[in-house]
Design a protein around this ligand. Structure first.
Ligand code: ADP
Ligand code: MG
Length: 483
């Protein structure tokens, strides 16, 4: 457990997250308007989204399906009976004067997420609930010095609010939890997880306590839209609370904002000013009733989830927990790996994908789907190593070229004459030259300086431009120097 050291000893940080995930659906939660990102302002607004008098919301079944699929993927209880409620508040970009959400009876109840930490420890984070709600519109204050504008394109878009239990104990755990949740949502295609575009954002509830004490008073940091900011905001906030308590003060339950420019959280509104939303069941909408058959159909149609895939990769391919975890984080990456691994040494393939391919993709800012080296081409390269056509070190150079040019490994090897030299006579010729060029080193070696063997290997490899078969170089050198 990570502790925060204060003047009065260690403090435990307690975190619970509310994640807002935009549902992937063509139409909004209660209207047929499009949800596409980046359209002209106010071009995707139906009379429901604009809250024209007399409008009637009609629930989009696809959004219910997505919420149920997500609940199942989180191992959560699906509530066959749930209710949409009005959450009443005024906001300029909320034309209805209330948000349709779920309160006492959400569509999904308790579940859990397994979070993999870097030290190989798996942590279970409880899910309290998942409910569906409408997103609000967006106020634009930076378009004119004198006016504010409102874009209602996002108004009515379906969100899933996923509320965790206060189970996390460090900023790293919170961030690992959001990554894992994001991975699950992307696997099942219920949310694209794009934090920059705001499709996934979270509110972090943070409190501190002395180990063994009751939960402390929490502050809620609103609308954090990157994992780095999430970690920074939690760390800053926990340290702020410890300092206040150690100075003899108390924490006021309040809503705070994280200012990423200044690296600090600041108060937005206190509990005294907290909203009383006057929730009540929306009279325009019937309660949602799901049949057990519907739920089972959704369950049966779920794809293999990250944890299942990871266990399979460990069991079937003999991968390490770490490598399996890295490969399954994204479904496309896992698929890429599997298509290369098919019929090849899986550990070698995992190594190439993780160390070489990911490294270069990261540097180039590219996604696996835009990889200049296809799964088929990478497989071709690995085959050339396996059948001794090229050495492992030459293969790295070939891979660089493949990444640059998109050419097949075999073609690059041909064009540049990179085939491994396995001809005993040719290697012996090079060794003889190296021995002739270094008479004093040979004498030292034969006089007992064993360490010099590596020098001869290096010289021979260099003289062969890296193309000599390293195993043969070793054997022949031993024969010539020792024999
Ligand atoms: P609200 O709707 O007022 O935000 P909830 O009961 O829905 O309140 O809780 C919101 C989040 O706060 C949950 O994720 C929960 O785990 C977390 N939470 C509750 N108590 C604490 C606490 N003492 N410290 C940290 N997080 C907490
Ligand atoms: Mg809250």
């Amino acid at each position: 457990m990570t502790m925060l050291e204060g003047r009065t000893g260690s403090w435990e940080v307690v975190i619970g997250l509310e994640v807002h995930a935009q549902v992937i659906s063509n139409a909004k939660l209660f209207s047929g308007a499009s949800t596409a990102f980046g359209a002209e302002p106010n071009s995707q607004v139906s009379i429901v989204d604009a809250a024209m008098p007399g409008m009637l919301p009609v629930v989009n079944e696809r959004c219910l399906e997505q919420a149920v699929r997500t609940g199942l993927a989180l191992g959560a209880k699906i509530n066959l009976h749930s209710v949409f409620a009005r959450k009443n508040y005024f906001y300029p970009d909320l034309p209805q004067g209330y948000q349709i959400s779920q309160f006492e009876e959400p569509i999904v109840g308790e579940g859990e997420v397994l979070v993999d930490m870097e030290d190989g420890v798996t942590k279970t984070v409880g899910i309290e609930r998942l409910h569906l709600e409408q997103d609000a519109g967006k106020s634009l204050h930076d378009q004119s010095p004198a006016k504010s504008f409102i874009d209602l394109n996002r108004s009515g878009v379906s969100l899933m609010e996923i509320v965790s239990k206060p189970d996390m104990r460090s900023a790293e755990e919170a961030s690992a939890y959001v990554s894992k949740l994001r991975s699950i949502l992307r696997y099942i295609g219920s949310c694209d997880g794009n934090m920059q575009e705001g499709s996934l954002r979270c509110d972090a509830n943070v409190s501190v306590r002395k180990p063994g004490d009751e939960l402390g008073t929490r502050c809620e940091i609103k609308n954090v839209n990157s994992l780095r900011f999430l970690r920074q905001a939690i760390e800053y906030e926990a340290a702020r609370q410890v300092e206040i308590i150690e100075d003899g003060g108390t924490i006021n339950q309040e809503t705070r904002l994280y200012d990423s420019g200044k690296g600090e959280t600041r108060s937005m509104r206190s509990k005294e000013e907290a909203h009383d939303y006057r929730y009540f069941p929306d009279p325009d909408l019937l309660p949602i009733t799901l049949t057990p058959e519907f739920v089972e159909t959704q369950r049966a149609a779920l794809p293999e989830l990250p944890d299942e895939k990871k266990n399979r990769f460990i069991a079937d391919y003999g991968l390490s927990i770490y490598d399996a975890g890295v490969l399954v984080a994204e479904r496309d990456t896992a698929d890429f790996f599997e298509s290369v691994a098919n019929g090849r040494d899986a550990k070698i393939v995992a190594n190439w994908v993780i160390s070489e391919l990911f490294g270069r993709l990261n540097k180039a800012g590219k996604d696996i789907n835009d990889s200049p080296v296809s799964a088929h081409s990478l497989g071709g390269l690995i085959d050339l190593i396996a059948d001794d056509t090229i050495s492992g070190s030459i293969a790295k150079k070939v891979f660089d070229d493949m990444f640059e040019t998109g050419k097949e490994a075999a073609i690059i090897v041909k064009e540049q004459g990179l085939e491994q030299v396995t001809d005993t006579g040719a290697i012996e010729g090079i060794i003889d030259q190296v021995i002739a060029d270094n008479p004093d080193k040979v004498a030292e070696y034969r006089g007992g300086k064993d360490k010099l063997f590596g020098f001869f290997v290096g010289q021979t490899m260099r003289a062969s431009q890296g193309k000599a078969n390293p195993g043969m170089v070793n054997d022949l050198l031993r024969k010539k120097l020792d024999g």
